[in-house]
Design a protein around this ligand. Sequence first.
Ligand SMILES: [Ca+2]
Ligand SMILES: [Ca+2]
Length: 166
Amino acid sequence: MRNARKVLAGIALSLFAIVSISGPAQADPVTEHCVVVTGKSPKDAVRKACSTDPNAPELKTLAVGVQLMTWYDNWQWDGSNGQVTWYGYAGTCDAEGYLIYFDENNFPTWRNRISSFAVHGGCWTTMAYDVAYDPFAGTNRYQGDTSYVGDGMNDFIEGFWVTTPR
Ligand SMILES: [Ca+2]
Ligand SMILES: [Ca+2]
């Protein structure tokens, strides 16, 4: 009887631990697939569309111009928690490239979220910024498709400068 009580207490404790670890009910991450079209600087007008359906017609309609890069919420180019494909209306990357910040004009919901990304067309070398508008706050340079941005930048990126190989 005593043992049974101990076992029960143990089970109750375990359950409590599980509930504590999982914490209060959290909303599921938003599953979003987005298409964005931008010019070369954050000041240029940005057009965007998002949907839970990666094949949504509104995404296909907006997807004009040249693909620049695709961001993924998860590493290894896994878009199941969200992904964003950027298109440039000023052509593919050149040495000057495109500067993309996640401000109110761009994509505030993607601040501190990117874990992997891919580059397209002439785009290859990217500089990632921990704090948008501040090149001194923390940067990392990448070449080509990046399956994981690294512990130092994972879920910290707030801006990209994407250019041709350099
Ligand atoms: Ca992430
Ligand atoms: Ca950051």
